[in-house]
Design a protein around this ligand. Structure first.
Ligand code: MN
Length: 190
């Protein structure tokens, strides 16, 4: 673990464009298209159809500023998940544990609606409804995935310890015990 001993990094301000709900002048704009989600949805055929027919559409994206990935710093991003379903399953992020698993995260919903879906490796499961103005606290040890159940993008502001790291591999193997579906316009968690 690296400890900062001197104030070697200068303060800065970043603007969020409230009209478009994007970060102005991000250092990184990461895009995941539908094809990056192979293996994550129940209905594999529906995902392939989406990739084929809609020319591998944008699935979700993040806007980030670079800060040192060291103990003491905070990373933050704007995360935007597109609306839609794969079969009946709502568009979602891959989900991850943090590499340093004893680190939490804040998600603040700026737009849209959906769920934060969470689990621990010892069998706990939780979902938190997300609507504009809702702030979800993801405690340490919980894998987390955001799911868009609405008709507009689900846009979230997130902040987490900069040395937390992302572990996608374990949750990819384990999966989450429940998925979020839309059936006749109703949200179904099962
Ligand atoms: Mn996280």
């Amino acid at each position: 673990m690296t400890h900062l001993t001197t104030p070697s990094f200068n303060p800065f301000t970043v603007h969020i464009d409230f009209a478009g709900l994007v970060m102005d002048k991000p250092d990184a704009h990461n895009i995941r298209r539908a094809s990056a989600m192979r293996g994550y949805y129940q209905d594999k055929g529906a995902l392939e159809k989406l990739i084929e027919e809609k020319n591998d559409p944008l699935h979700y994206e993040t806007y980030e500023k670079h800060v040192p990935e060291e103990y003491g710093h905070l990373l933050f991003c704007i995360s935007k998940i597109q609306p839609g379903t794969v079969g009946e399953e709502c568009f979602m992020t891959k989900g991850h544990y943090h590499t340093r698993i004893n680190t939490g995260e804040i998600y603040f919903c700026l737009q849209g609606q959906g769920y934060m879906v969470m689990k621990t490796s010892d069998g706990k499961f939780d979902t938190q409804r997300m609507t504009r103005g809702g702030l979800v606290y993801v405690p340490p040890y919980w894998a987390h995935r955001s799911v868009n159940t609405g008709k507009e993008p689900l846009t979230l502001f997130c902040v987490w310890p900069a040395d937390a790291g992302h572990n996608y591999g374990d949750i990819e193997k384990e999966g989450f015990p429940k998925r979020i579906h839309l059936r006749q316009g109703m949200e179904v968690i099962e």
